[in-house]
Write a protein that binds this ligand. Sequence first.
Ligand code: PHE
Length: 373
Amino acid sequence: MFFNRTLATLLASAVIASPVFASTIKIGEVGSMSGSEATFGVSTHEGISLAIKEQNAKGGIKGKKIELISLDNQGKPEEAAIATTKLVTQDKVTAVLGEVASSRSLAMAPIAQQNKVPMISPSSTNPKVTEVGDYIFRVCFIDPFQGKVMAKFASDELKAKKVAILRDVKSDYSVGLSNFFTEAFKKSGGEIVVDQSYSSGEVDFNSQLTSIRAKKPDAIFVPGYYTEVGLIAKQARKLGIKVPLLGGDGWDSEKLYEIGGKSLNNSYFSNHYSQEDQSASVQNFIKSYKTAYKKTPDGLAAMGYDAAQVLFAAMDKTKSMSAGEIRDALAKTKDFQAVTGRITIDEKRNASKPAVVLEVKDGKFLYKSTVNP
Ligand code: PHE
């Protein structure tokens, strides 16, 4: 009784304090809120939610309140497809935000495209995602660039000549990034001495790592997601492998260190943003995110926030917020100042943006360098 009355009072005051809306506009979100990539989904969701909260506090978009319908795919592509179908056909959302993992974005994109509902992936980097069609966008760089960034780092900074690869064959992201890295590293005169693989979900990497150890590489490129990468780092160090481990944005999780611990020291990965970036856009975002969630945002949170902001800006530029108008406005996004840099959407609906290289050191991600496209 007491609880109910308190709640009612709270709700009443919230209604009085917030803007009055004529109607609502529904945005769909699909993410891995559970499973072995749960931090990807949760962080992205928090970034998106923060952007929505701020936008609604400013009066929403064209007087309409933004309502988010968020669905968990448990990290499974087939669930991502089911969720997208529901959002598009039943909930009739205006746009879809998601996914993080390229394999799941690839499962979603044909559905969004077929139904002509604009979809923005905050952070899927495999080139194929936006190739699905003209309604599919992303606000991040793509893997041919990310592969180059780490190949350049390996040869210029680490002076590596021989690199081993350990790829996740179940992940479009990991396979693509391995290939792009290989291409770029060979171009710079390096050699890939061994190319081993695993399937996400596996927990024992000893046989692959033993084969890699035999080839005496100067570094190992492991473009997987944090759960497997943490285990791989541990098992590699146990086998006496001391050379640097290299990776891509899929390492970005607070869980990486929880799983891999100090085995991850002497490792480097490319990412979309660094918390150490002193620019006002990054520091203001960190401040409001900390206030909302009592923790420091990772790159996924920043990308989720940016994807939502780019969508709102495009919606705001339309006359009637029809799907076609939003699509056209998204395609015209130019020099949009986001947390993770300036976003210009190119003719392939990708964003061209700088990447950062981070060093993993005792659980911290230390800023090493910025690489421009
Ligand atoms: N880029 C990864 C992919 O395409 C997803 C990812 C982005 C993971 C950012 C972590 C951080 O699958």
